[in-house]
Design a protein around this ligand. Structure first.
Ligand SMILES: [Zn+2]
Length: 119
């Protein structure tokens, strides 16, 4: 069932396309966010507040995932967090505790060590 028009779930927003609980929303003129929030570098989070209203919170987007320096695959065990969160995090939480941890993936690290031993 396609619906359109004003929505009670997101006050100030209007539905342009809707199907069950998946909606594509646009701003109505009532709730235009402040100019500093109209930025593509921010992500919108719909937060339901105790009063029953749904507010839009704007948060900075997370940086891209860390990648292996050799093969380019995504590094596991390396958190994808903003610098201010990384700063307060323990060193052991920021990379795996092994040689080349946080720089090379485990497969590349293993290959690197084996190659060096065989030289
Ligand atoms: Zn790799």
């Amino acid at each position: 069932m396609l619906t359109s028009g004003k929505t009670k779930f997101f006050p100030g927003y209007e539905i342009i396309e809707g199907f069950h609980n998946l909606y594509k929303l646009i701003y109505s003129t009532k709730s235009m966010p402040a100019p500093r929030l109209r930025s593509r570098s921010l992500r919108k989070i719909f937060r339901r507040v105790p009063g029953g209203r749904t507010l839009i919170h704007f948060k900075r987007k997370k940086p891209k995932a860390a990648r292996c320096g050799n093969c380019g695959s995504v590094l596991k065990g390396v958190p994808r967090e903003l610098p201010y969160k990384m700063r307060s995090m323990a060193k052991t939480k920021k990379r795996p505790e092994r040689p080349f941890g946080g720089v090379l993936c485990s497969r590349c690290m293993r290959k690197n060590i084996i190659d060096k031993v065989r030289q």
